[in-house]
Write a protein that binds this ligand. Sequence first.
Ligand code: ADP
Length: 164
Amino acid sequence: MTIALYPGSFDPITHGHLDIIKRASSLFDELIIGVYDRPDKRLLFHTKERVEMVQQAVAHLSNVQVRPYSELTIDLAKKVGAQVMVRGLRMSSDFDREFEMAMMNKKLAPDLELVCFMASLQYQFLSSGLLKEVAQLGGCLENMVADHVATALRNKFGTRVSQA
Ligand code: ADP
């Protein structure tokens, strides 16, 4: 049985993340989504909110579980018995950072394999960061996030985020 771990900030979860989750969950027996508690970036949503949004988005996928974590990702992988770490790659922008992290993780946990999924064409330019900017200014989030995420963004910013 192969258990895979998909770690990230998910601030908030987008259709790009969800696309990776669906593809990974059909490839591996079990997929655990690790929601990192303290990434090196300014967060909009608290960890509890990010976890709940991911949980709601993946509720229909029976082999997917969600959990927050604050330790090293490789330590979470060990704890949950994951043999594989999943990440998503968009155009060239993600490669350098992912490569650097992959090399460090390989040094720290040689048995943990990294599987990168190429982002689907329609989500190549979708990032949580850009999404938050659009949401803050009341832009349309159609085909970018689930309804409950659009609502959460609207509530955070006090804007009318359109979701046609
Ligand atoms: P992190 O802080 O770990 O980069 P993110 O939530 O930004 O957390 O991203 C988690 C993972 O999902 C990363 O591997 C990232 O490259 C990938 N990802 C983010 N957005 C997309 C997208 N639109 N399509 C595919 N993969 C994505």
